[in-house]
Ligand binder design. Structure first.
Ligand SMILES: Nc1ncnc2c1ncn2[C@@H]1O[C@H](COP(=O)(O)OP(=O)(O)OP(=O)(O)O)[C@@H](O)[C@H]1O
Ligand SMILES: [Mg+2]
Length: 522
């Protein structure tokens, strides 16, 4: 039989492991130490695998010769989340069909491959047009995503079963590196959040130490009844060890309130450790939270304490809990039930001395109803709930917050204190603030840069998505989705710029793109 071994579902699937073991010959399948070391060295230090992908291709030439190497990650819905090519000659999209469920695919002559769905056929044609004749595609799972690594050759019959083990080895290295890349991104987000809230911690400390005598710049700003009720509830629960659940739209100040509770509690001299559940890859959740012992898995050369241990004596802040995978939810539930944990690969059971504060910008109750979130976990987290009102429901706080942010900005830039013109002030209180306090801060930041004589005019304020807000004032997720879509359109789908405008980190933006299934429509 020519051509395809496993491309079509009607063809025999030749992926049984024992068969591989029998047919593998040592010459090309041996993933020699040198190659492995060099590969690791190349991918270990980089934050974006795409930047070193041509180099990776060079290194693995020795073990699996090819004319082009392609990498594609897709999420559960089949959407591409990361793509890389060793050369521009390889067609950009569609060299793998997402319907493919085989562990590997070998095509010995792409010209003779016939596939049912039209788009699969198109992608094969593109490969053939680019003069590729044979292919070996390896499928692996990493971080809840599907990864495909494709080796392409201009020769026919370039690949056989003998190449599969070595190719799989390369794929495993790449998958691990991408998992770490995503972890590093999560860490960067955390650091960013820490920096943001450090100033606030200073203010809260001053507030709890000196009461209300302080000048406005040291306070958590807000005099509206709605906001005062939030602080009163927070102060009531602070002295206890009860788990607190903060529910509020994005940018309403959930983290600010979490830190306020920490600072007003007997644990105030202990650490405040935040974990963004949406940003930690599923596979790494357990080891992040509970740590691991040396040798617990390949690469665990040293034992590492998890965040539960790091936060001992203080507060562990679980942000975006609604985004936890079922696996992570099960792990957390066990911990909450027993208040005990073990490091991964460890045998010692330890008791945790942490207070938990959880936060979500989605309605967790609704998530329970839709069976996206475990009910038993919900009740354990939601012992004492504080709902943080959106900024549009406490508009009277807008001028105070604006004043505070302009003072902060003047301090940070060591420049003059920008003032608001009357029409800018009116625009601020008329706006519906879908991005809440974060949006306000960002709007003022860019307006302060645009205003040259120190007076912020209405035209300096870019207040986005007002029309979307007016169209659907009651459905918050639609509102969020529309806002994101509008901003993406305005920025020409530049995600970094859009995230900045929305006051989100890139990771937070990607979580929302996935949640709402937002894709660029051509
Ligand atoms: N009452 C307040 N006074 C002063 N600054 C505030 C207040 N509330 C929030 N902020 C500022 O607004 C920004 C957003 O707050 P925070 O990060 O706590 O929101 P969040 O609800 O956790 O948002 P998300 O969960 O979507 O990240 C931060 O820069 C924070 O310092
Ligand atoms: Mg937050």
């Amino acid at each position: 039989m020519n051509a395809v071994l496993t491309m079509s579902r009607d063809e025999p699937v030749l992926s049984e492991r024992n068969r591989l073991a029998r047919t593998a010959t040592p010459s090309r399948t041996l993933f020699v130490g040198e190659t492995a070391t060099e590969l690791l060295r190349t991918i270990a230090g980089v934050l974006d695998i795409r930047s070193v992908f041509p180099r990776i291709s060079e290194i693995v030439q020795q073990v699996v010769p090819h004319d082009a190497l392609g990498l594609r990650f897709t999420d559960r819905a089949g959407r591409a989340t990361l793509e890389a090519r060793s050369t521009d000659e390889l067609p950009e999209h569609g060299w793998c069909t997402t319907a493919e469920q085989n562990e590997y695919t070998i095509a010995s002559d792409l010209r003779r491959v016939r596939l049912a769905p039209a788009d699969s056929e198109k992608s094969i044609n593109a490969l053939v047009a680019a003069r590729y004749r044979s292919a070996l595609i390896i499928r692996a799972v990493a971080n809840d995503q599907m990864m495909r690594l494709g080796f392409f050759s201009r020769q026919t019959n370039a690949y056989s079963l003998n190449d599969v083990p070595a190719a799989r080895h390369v794929a495993d290295y790449v998958a691990v590196s991408v998992a770490h890349e995503q972890l590093a991104a999560a860490e960067r987000d955390r650091a960013e959040a820490r920096g943001r809230s450090e100033r606030v911690v200073g203010r809260v400390r001053a507030l709890t130490d000196h009461g209300a005598e302080l000048p406005a710049r040291h306070r958590i700003v807000g005099r509206s009844d709605a906001w005062q009720r939030v602080l009163a509830r927070a102060l009531r629960v602070a002295p206890t060890d009860v788990t607190v659940f903060l529910q509020g739209e994005s940018g309403t100040g959930k983290e600010v309130v979490a830190r306020f509770i920490h600072q007003a509690s007997p644990r105030k001299d202990g650490p405040f450790v935040a974990i963004n559940c949406a940003a930690v890859p599923e596979q790494l959740f357990e080891s992040e939270l509970f740590g691991y012992e040396r040798g617990a898995f390949t690469g665990a050369n040293q034992a590492k304490a998890g965040l539960v241990e790091v936060a001992a004596g203080g507060v562990l802040f679980l942000d975006e809990v609604s985004e936890m995978s079922p696996f992570a939810q099960a792990k957390l539930l066990r911990f909450l039930q027993e208040r005990e944990f073990q490091r991964l690969g460890g045998i010692r059971t330890q008791t945790a001395n942490v207070r938990l504060i959880a936060a979500s910008n989605r309605d967790l109750r609704q998530a329970v109803e839709r069976r996206l979130f475990r009910e038993d976990l919900f009740y354990r987290l939601q012992v004492f709930e504080i709902r943080i009102p959106p900024l549009r429901d406490r508009i009277s706080d807008v001028p105070l917050l604006a004043e505070q942010f302009l003072t902060d900005l003047a301090g940070a830039r060591r420049g003059p204190h920008a003032r608001l013109s009357a029409d800018a002030h009116d625009a601020l209180v008329a706006h519906s603030w879908p991005g809440n306090i974060r949006e306000l801060r960002n709007a003022l930041e860019s307006a302060a840069i645009l205003s040259d004589d120190g007076v912020i005019e209405r035209r300096h304020l870019s207040l986005h998505a007002k029309s979307a807000a007016a169209a659907v004032p009651h459905d918050l997720s639609t509102l969020e989705q529309q806002t994101i879509e509008n901003v993406l359109r305005e920025t020409g789908w530049n995600k970094t710029e859009a995230a900045h405008r929305l006051g989100l980190t890139r990771t937070q933006l990607y979580v929302r793109l996935r949640r709402y299934g937002i894709e660029r429509s051509e």
